[in-house]
Design a protein around this ligand. Structure first.
Ligand code: FES
Length: 63
């Protein structure tokens, strides 16, 4: 099963068997576990490059 964890003040952590596709449906090579940028500041989108640190605040909780 694949999971996506919404990290506090950081990226979406993706684990498990999943395909990451670009806007045209082409596969983007990724490791088995990777982090997707949620703040918009990464220079390596769609991946997180750590640029969020100290600049992005969001703590999502399940209702
Ligand atoms: S969430 Fe890490 S750089 Fe955007």
């Amino acid at each position: 099963m694949a999971t996506i964890k919404v990290n506090d003040n950081g990226p979406l952590r993706v684990s498990g068997e999943i395909e990451l596709l670009d806007g045209e449906g082409n596969k983007i090579q990724a490791k088995e576990t990777f982090s997707l940028c949620r703040c918009g500041l990464s220079d390596n989108k769609p991946f997180c490059d750590g640029s969020h640190k100290g600049k992005f605040e969001s703590e999502v909780r399940a209702e």
